[in-house]
Design a protein around this ligand. Structure first.
Ligand SMILES: [Zn+2]
Length: 355
């Protein structure tokens, strides 16, 4: 019996989504995964500026910390604010005191100020994809912690995928990429199988048709929300980690949902499987093993207990010996100020989306 755990890790997040809550409804109701991307996320990311990115990340990181999540692997895109975007996110996470592993999602779907409707394997690398690659490389070479980001194979030509894989091996970092999230990207396995390495982070893999090297990031809530299908993460030999894909960073909640979704597909499964995915995130942030998160529940170290106990709350967090959350409230920054500044940025963002 224990009231404490290590710091939790969100192994796939989109901190830019924090300000999406309350955004204007899209022009038409999305009726597929691709139209959700086109009508919600690709409109939102195109409207972001560096100030919005900073406050969105600060709010998302603050909410993560209050849920005992002390480390986040983030995947970012802002096609009209590429340069410096990773610094904005890093500065926000540093201000909050959450560790981050960052990347910029390279894509060929933008060309100039226009979104390209069809990207094919033979599409040439766009100037925007080059700028995204440069932002990743700049950030890493200046000492930033991260990977090279790619949006997804289906929005990149083979030239771009090869350039990223080459740069990643030169920099000795992994590639953080959405893989076969929807049926639109079902040839990702064929296109990536000669590129992927053991240090790649493969996100979703719902429609993956063959094994790929790398760690697999499973995002059960997001997959259900986008109706892309169940990823069956146990079908692969890959190490599995748990992410939220931008829907907050309450990792106990994600694990509980991941467990019932797993159990729905196989009634002999146990919560231990999913809690192993959660703790596997520590491979990216070994330091979280020294964090101490205290919860208001006396069996928080038991997956069977937690899986069947909704509403367990984080009461305090110690990072490097400092109490950064006390009685559920951050001690090192003003959470009310973060909420107020994030609300101001959200108002500007939503006005842009409405116009
Ligand atoms: Zn994602």
């Amino acid at each position: 019996m224990s009231f404490t755990t290590n710091g939790l890790v969100c192994s796939h997040h989109h901190l830019y989504s924090s300000l999406a809550r309350g955004m204007p409804a899209p022009p038409r109701t999305p009726d597929s995964f691709l139209s959700i991307l086109e009508n919600v996320w690709w409109r939102l990311d195109a409207a972001l500026d560096l100030d919005m990115i900073y406050w969105s990340a600060a709010l998302g990181a603050a909410e993560a910390l209050c849920n005992g999540t002390t480390a986040i692997i983030d995947h970012h895109e802002s096609p009209f604010a590429i340069e410096g975007s990773l610094d904005a996110i890093k500065n926000a996470c540093d201000m909050v005191g959450v560790r981050s592993n960052l990347c910029y999602g390279i894509t060929d779907r933008w060309s100039g100020s226009k979104m390209t409707s069809e990207v094919s394997p033979s599409s040439a690398m766009t100037a925007e994809a080059r700028r995204g690659l440069d932002e990743n490389i700049r950030f890493l070479k200046e000492g930033g912690r991260g990977m090279l980001g790619v949006h997804a194979a289906f929005t990149c030509g083979d030239e771009t995928l090869a350039a990223v894989a080459d740069a990643a091996s030169q920099l000795d970092v992994g590639v953080h990429i959405h893989v076969a999230e929807g049926a639109e990207d079902s040839d990702a396995g064929a296109r990536l199988e000669n590129l992927a390495q053991d240090n790649w982070l493969l996100v979703h893999a719902v429609h993956l048709d063959r094994p790929l090297r790398g760690t697999l990031a499973h995002n059960p809530r997001s997959n259900m929300n986008n109706a892309v299908g169940y990823a069956h993460p146990t079908q692969w030999d890959n190490k599995v980690v748990l992410g939220t894909d931008g829907i907050g960073a309450d990792m106990l909640e994600e694990a509980r949902l991941g467990y019932v979704r797993l159990r729905e597909s196989n009634v002999t499964e146990t919560p231990d499987t999913v809690w192993t995915w959660l703790s596997n995130g520590e491979q990216f942030f070994p330091e979280v093993r020294h964090d101490v998160v205290t919860w208001n529940y006396d069996h928080v170290d038991s997956p069977w207990h937690v899986a069947f106990t909704p509403g367990i709350r984080c009461t305090s967090v110690h990072v490097n010996g400092t109490e950064v959350v006390r009685d559920g409230t951050p001690t090192q920054f003003d959470i009310e100020e973060v909420r107020a500044k994030a609300a101001e940025a959200a108002t500007r963002l939503h006005a842009r989306l409405a116009s």
